[in-house]
Ligand binder design. Structure first.
Ligand SMILES: CC(C)(COP(=O)(O)OP(=O)(O)OC[C@H]1O[C@@H](n2cnc3c(N)ncnc32)[C@H](O)[C@@H]1OP(=O)(O)O)[C@@H](O)C(=O)NCCC(=O)NCCS
Length: 125
């Protein structure tokens, strides 16, 4: 597996104790949520409109995230459709005071552009 992230660093956030499951690992849902936020930022930048998540595809959890890890989320636009934007998203954990970097998740998130009334609209190219 490549040791270099694909895409642009879009958000970084520290995994906190409140985000753990009863085993002490970080919830998959928390990680997915951070990926959704990052993908939304990338989709808004491209569409220049508000967006909503329509699909999460090819989502893989590769390694656990631990309290204190810095979650770094990378985004890359892979498809611009009529009303949708698909973003390839990778999350990497930086551990041990940033000395280790490991890919923890990857997936493809699709967003639909909405107008001010909340109706789907063409992506502004
Ligand atoms: C997003 C939403 C407005 C789309 O409305 P719709 O009339 O069903 O839209 P369509 O079927 O025409 O699809 C719109 C676009 O999304 C794409 N799309 C729809 N379902 C998809 C899926 N499962 N995977 C990938 N792309 C998908 C379509 O290909 C289309 O892209 P294009 O215009 O670039 O060709 C509507 O489904 C919705 O409001 N969903 C809820 C979204 C939401 O609340 N998300 C947060 C979850 S808490």
């Amino acid at each position: 597996m490549s040791n270099e992230p694909n895409g642009k660093l879009t958000i970084r956030i520290v995994a906190m104790p409140a985000d753990t499951n009863p085993s002490g690992d970080i919830f998959g849902g928390w990680v997915l949520s951070q990926m959704d936020i990052a993908g939304g930022v990338a989709a808004v930048q491209i569409s220049k409109s508000r967006v909503v998540t329509v699909a999460v595809n090819a989502m893989t959890f590769i390694a656990p995230v631990k309290v204190g890890d810095v979650l770094c989320v990378y985004t890359k636009i892979i498809k611009i459709g009529t009303t949708s934007v698909t973003v390839a998203i990778e999350a990497w954990a930086r551990r041990d005071r940033m000395s280790i970097r490991e890919k923890v998740t990857e997936g493809h998130f699709t967003y639909v552009a909405l107008d001010d009334k909340g109706k789907k609209c063409a992506v502004d190219r």
